[in-house]
Design a protein around this ligand. Structure first.
Ligand SMILES: [Zn+2]
Length: 267
C-alpha cells in the first residue's frame, strides 16, 4: 500500500471515530435538526445542500423540497462537513489537502466520500448496526432491518452493511422490471463497477427467482455487470424490500456465514 493510501485510511478511521464520539455526546440522535442545534449549527432551508462557516458562525443549507429520507441524509452529510472541519483542530482536513495538493478537486471529492460515510454512521449508528448483524448476519436482511429501524434509504443501508465488513462484496438494488437502480462494489482489489440504470437480462437468476418480502433466498449466479461480463459466479443472497424491489448481496461462497437465513425477519 502506498503511503498516501495508508494516510487516507488513517484519516477515514480517525474521522469516523471522532464522529462516533461526538454523536455519543448527543445521545446518537439521528434527527439532523436536533443534532445541528446541539452542535450550535444553524439550519437554513434552501434549494441546494451546503455547509458554510463565516466568521465563526456555522450553517448548513438543506434542500427540504425532496423526499424526507433524502433530506435527512443530506442534513447529516452537511453536519459531517462541520465535524470534519473541526476534527483534530483542522488537522485531518489539512492533511487531506496536503495529500491531494496536486488536485484540490480530488481533495474535495474525497471529503464528499468521507462525509457520506459519516452521514451513514450518524443515521445508522454502530449499536444499531451491531443489533442488525446479531439478528441477520451480513446479508440483505441486515440492510432491510436498518431501513426499518433508522428510516435510511435501501441504498444507504446497503452501503452501511457492506462497508462494515472487510470482505469482497457486490450489492445490487433492482426494481421489478429488472432495472438496476443502484449497485455497490466493496473490498475488491480493483474497481469493478456493476453500474446502474441498465436492465438485467430476463434469464438471469435474479429475475427468474421469485422472492418474498423479508425472506432470503440463496443461490449461485453471475455478477450482472452492465458491460455484459457474466464470467464471475458468486453466491447470491437476495430478498424483496417493502417496495417490491430486489436487494441482493454477491459474495464468494466461503465468505457467506451460514445462519438460519430463511427464517422470517424479526421486525
Ligand atoms: Zn458534501
Amino acid at each position: 500500500m502506498l503511503d498516501d493510501e495508508l494516510s487516507l485510511h488513517q484519516i477515514r478511521d480517525a474521522f469516523l471515530r471522532e464522529v462516533e464520539r461526538r454523536h455519543a455526546e448527543h445521545e446518537f440522535t439521528t434527527d439532523y435538526r436536533a443534532l445541528a442545534q446541539r452542535l450550535g449549527v444553524t439550519v437554513v432551508a434552501g434549494r441546494s445542500n451546503q455547509a458554510i462557516t463565516t466568521s465563526g458562525e456555522r450553517f448548513i443549507v438543506v434542500d427540504e423540497q425532496v423526499a424526507e429520507q433524502r433530506a435527512r441524509f443530506s442534513g447529516l452529510h452537511e453536519i459531517a462537513h462541520h465535524l470534519f472541519e473541526e476534527s483534530e483542530d483542522g488537522y485531518l482536513r489539512a492533511r487531506l489537502k496536503d495529500i491531494f495538493h496536486h488536485s484540490p478537486e480530488a481533495a474535495k471529492h474525497h471529503e464528499e466520500d468521507l462525509c457520506d460515510a459519516a452521514a451513514a454512521l450518524l443515521l445508522m449508528p454502530n449499536h444499531l448496526l451491531q443489533e442488525a448483524v446479531r439478528v441477520h448476519g451480513h446479508s440483505p436482511l441486515t440492510a432491510l432491518f436498518l431501513v426499518t429501524r433508522s428510516g435510511a434509504s435501501a441504498q444507504a443501508a446497503l452501503r452501511r452493511v457492506m462497508w462494515h465488513r472487510d470482505v469482497p462484496s457486490f450489492g445490487v438494488l433492482m426494481n421489478a422490471k429488472g432495472l438496476v437502480l443502484d449497485s455497490v462494489n466493496h473490498g475488491h482489489a480493483k474497481s469493478y463497477p456493476i453500474g446502474r440504470n441498465f436492465l438485467v437480462e430476463e434469464q438471469h437468476a435474479l429475475r427468474t427467482s421469485s422472492f418474498a418480502p423479508d425472506i432470503m433466498e440463496m443461490f449461485d449466479a453471475p455478477v450482472p455487470f452492465s458491460n455484459g461480463n457474466r464470467g464471475w459466479i458468486m453466491r447470491v443472497r437476495a430478498c424483496l424490500d417493502g417496495r417490491g424491489r430486489t436487494l441482493a448481496f454477491f459474495n464468494r461462497a466461503e465468505h457467506v456465514i451460514r445462519i438460519d437465513d430463511r427464517q422470517p425477519a424479526l421486525f
